[in-house]
Design a protein around this ligand. Structure first.
Ligand SMILES: [Zn+2]
Length: 392
């Protein structure tokens, strides 16, 4: 962040200079034009012919030419100054950002066609998620990636509904929620109720003219009476104030506008859950994690090089140190072996012993002697083959 601010400061300087240069050139040119047209006026009024220009006029012409030349030169030299500040931005970028990130990327990472295809597919999926359909189609064509229609259909629908919600049109979302009612209820989703509630509120917004319609619409709350009794009571209570305006009543908080952003978020979350998709795009999560991990990896690379112990980091599916990406990036439980004090992995998975204690497989192999194992916690003796692998 600090680096960005550094570059931004240089950029500000350049922009400032550009603006100043714009003003300067405009002023100088205006002045020059005034001067030339004045001279021209004098020349026309004097009625002199080209052949008999007197000494006074030719002197004035000479001054004018010199003036033009000087102005152009002055403008050119201040334009050159801008070049200096532009190149300073480039230097600031070089100084603040390490361009050599390839050193921390495993070689041949994207060489195989299979991997390139995976990358293109992830980008296309990301674009579909963001609703950038035409860009996704173009990328498909150019990269030769074939996306199954059944894969993109959910994204198209999701975006269509979200687009309508952003325009405060609840109907597509309501239709979708009603069609998927049971599955949403299985997920403990309150989406459908919240959509009906918002529709009801938009009727309240229309004033007393909507009273009958609002009352009629209230029937939609019936299936949700058990779970949302309190909310429904509040909505019905607000009807009393419809004549005087809800905005002047104790129910004015029903009209808060941030409910539209909230309903978009709830819809995205629940629709993604229903479709078996993560709420955030996997590509943007990977990218954000990479951005967080990169400075740490660059530092460790520098340390490795300074201590001249290259070769320590083999790039083989492992990082030389643990990179903490924060709680936001915790997607599943992790288990660290209490004996080896290492996080378990695919090659060294957690094993549950007969007594219930859990240690890693490497620790188990180390503790085993003569085909027997003594639990390091409750000294129960057991057969190592009774230990079972645990999958978190
Ligand atoms: Zn035990």
């Amino acid at each position: 962040m600090e680096q960005c601010a550094c570059v931004e400061r240089e950029l500000e300087k350049v922009l400032h200079r550009f603006v100043m240069y714009g003003h300067l050139s405009e002023e100088s040119l205006d002045e020059l034009l005034r001067y030339v047209s004045e001279l021209r006026g004098q020349l026309v009024n004097s009625g002199l012919k080209d052949s008999d220009l007197d000494g006074q006029f030719s002197q004035a012409m000479g001054r004018c030419c010199k003036n033009i030349k000087d102005t152009v030169q002055r403008l050119a030299s201040s334009h050159k100054d801008i070049h200096g500040s532009v190149s300073k931005v480039g230097k600031a970028i070089d100084r603040n950002f390490d361009a050599e990130v390839s050193a921390v990327v495993a070689e041949n990472m994207w060489e195989s066609r299979e991997r390139q295809k995976c990358l293109s597919e992830s980008i296309v999926e990301h674009l579909y998620r963001q609703g950038m359909l035409s860009v996704a189609e173009d990328l498909c064509q150019e990269s030769g990636v074939v996306i199954d229609r059944s894969m993109k259909q959910p994204f198209l629908e999701l975006n269509r509904i979200l687009e309508a919600l952003r325009m405060q049109d609840l109907r597509p979302a309501l239709e979708w929620a009603i069609a998927n009612r049971q599955r949403l209820l299985d997920l403990n989703s309150t989406l459908e109720f919240k959509l009906h509630r918002l529709y009801f509120i938009s009727l309240l917004n229309g004033g007393i003219g909507n009273q009958v319609e609002a009352l009629r619409y209230a029937r939609h709350f019936q299936p949700f009476a058990a779970h949302h009794q309190r909310d429904i009571q509040i909505l019905m209570g607000s009807l009393v104030y419809l004549r005087h305006g809800i905005e002047n009543s104790p129910y004015r908080n029903l009209l808060e506008t941030n409910q539209w952003t909230e309903i978009c978020n709830i819809f995205t979350r629940d629709a993604c859950a229903l479709l078996g998709l993560s709420v955030e795009s996997p590509l943007s999560v990977s990218f954000a994690s990479g951005c967080m991990a990169l400075p740490v990896l660059m530092n460790i690379k520098q340390v490795i090089e300074q201590r001249q112990c290259t070769g320590v980091w083999t790039h083989k599916d492992e990082l030389p140190i643990e990179v903490d990406l924060g709680k936001k990036c915790w997607y599943h439980s992790v288990f660290a072996c209490p004996i080896l004090r290492q996080q378990t992995s695919e090659t060294n998975p957690p094993m549950k012993l007969l007594c219930g204690h859990v240690i890693s497989r490497d620790a188990l192999n180390k503790l085993m002697s003569a085909g027997k194992l003594k639990c390091p916690y409750c000294p129960m003796e057991q057969n190592p083959s009774d230990a079972k692998r645990i999958i978190f």
